[in-house]
Design a protein around this ligand. Structure first.
Ligand code: ATP
Length: 260
C-alpha cells in the first residue's frame, strides 16, 4: 500500500544535443538501499544530478507523492533529498566538527521534527560520533588532512546532519583501498538499517551489490538490467558484460557459481 519514496519515470537528461540519460525509470522504497551500477560514462552522475535538481531533466520525479520535476535544488533539499557528490566537497581548512555543524545549517532556528530518517531524530553531533567513532577521535583535525576513507565518512556524517530522508551517494568507494571500501560500505548499510533510504551509485558492483536490496545497471544512459541484488550477484556474468570487468575488491564472486 505504501508509495515508493522516490519514483523517477522516463528521465531524459541531455548536454546540448547529446542525451546522457535516455529514458531511465527507477524507484526507491522507504528504508531501502538501491544501487545504480555502470561503467565510466554510463550516465550515473548525470542521473543523480537530475534527481537532485542540479541538471534539468525531462520525464517525472516524484518524492513521497510530490512532483519534484520542476522544483529547484533547495526545495528538494527541504523535502529531505541529499546528494554526496563524488568530490565529497568538504571545507578542507575547517575542523571535522565545524564541517559537521555546517551540515545542520538548514535547521538553524527550527525545531527538529523530521519524521522517519535517523530514528532518534538524529542530526546532532553526539549521534554522528556514535555512528562514526573515527570522526569523534578526529573532531579537531582539519578535514583536508583526513584520509580518503575518513573524508568519505565525514561527507556522509555531514549530509546526515541535515537529516535527509533519502541519501544519494556518488561512488563513495572511489580511490579507496579495498579494506576501506568495505568499511565505507558497512557504514552505508548501517545507515539503511537506521532507517535512511539510500541511492548508491557505484562502479564497484561487487561491493555495492553485497549491501544493496535492489540494483539497476546503466549502460549508455539506459537501464539494461534490474533486479534484487541477490539475483544480480548470481548473474555476475551479465553484470560483467555491462560493467566491463567487475571492479576487483577483496572477495571472489562467490555467488556466481552457485546461482542464487
Ligand atoms: P563516471 O563513473 O565516469 O563518473 P558516469 O556513469 O557517472 O561516469 P556521467 O558522468 O553521467 O557518467 O556521464 C555520462 C555521459 O555524459 C558521458 O558520455 C559524459 O562524457 C557526458 N557528460 C557528462 N558531463 C557532461 C557535460 N558537462 N557536458 C557534456 N557532456 C557531459
Amino acid at each position: 500500500m505504501t508509495h515508493p519514496m522516490l519514483e523517477a519515470e522516463n528521465l531524459v537528461v541531455a548536454y546540448g544535443k547529446v542525451e546522457a540519460v535516455r529514458g531511465v525509470s527507477l524507484t526507491v522504497g522507504p528504508g531501502r538501499l538501491v544501487t545504480v551500477l555502470g561503467a565510466n560514462g554510463a550516465g550515473k552522475t548525470t542521473l543523480l544530478n537530475a534527481l537532485m535538481g542540479v541538471l534539468p531533466a525531462r520525464g517525472r520525479i516524484r518524492f513521497e507523492g510530490t512532483d519534484l520535476t520542476r522544483l529547484p535544488v533547495e526545495a528538494r533539499v527541504a523535502r529531505g533529498l541529499s546528494l554526496i557528490p563524488e568530490r565529497r566537497e568538504l571545507f578542507s581548512t575547517m575542523s571535522v566538527e565545524d564541517n559537521l555543524k555546517l551540515g545542520a545549517f538548514r535547521f538553524r532556528g527550527k525545531a527538529g521534527g523530521m519524521a522517519g530518517g535517523m530514528a532518534s531524530g538524529g542530526g546532532d553531533l553526539g549521534e554522528m560520533y556514535r555512528l562514526f567513532p573515527r570522526l569523534a577521535e578526529r573532531r579537531r583535525q582539519q578535514a583536508g588532512t583526513l584520509s580518503g576513507g575518513e573524508r568519505q565518512m565525514l561527507a556522509m556524517a555531514r549530509a546526515l546532519m541535515g537529516r535527509p530522508r533519502l541519501l544519494m551517494l556518488d561512488e563513495p568507494s572511489l580511490g579507496l583501498a579495498p579494506l576501506i571500501v568495505a568499511e565505507v560500505m558497512r557504514t552505508v548499510a548501517r545507515l539503511r538499517d537506521e532507517g535512511v533510504a539510500i541511492l548508491l551509485v557505484e562502479q564497484n558492483a561487487r561491493a555495492a551489490l553485497r549491501i544493496a536490496d535492489h540494483g539497476y545497471v546503466l549502460d549508455g544512459g539506459t537501464v539494461v538490467l534490474e533486479g534484487d541484488s541477490r539475483t544480480l550477484q548470481g548473474d555476475a556474468r551479465v553484470v560483467e558484460t555491462y560493467l566491463g570487468s567487475l571492479s576487483v575488491d577483496d572477495a571472489p564472486p562467490s555467488r556466481a557459481a552457485s546461482g542464487r
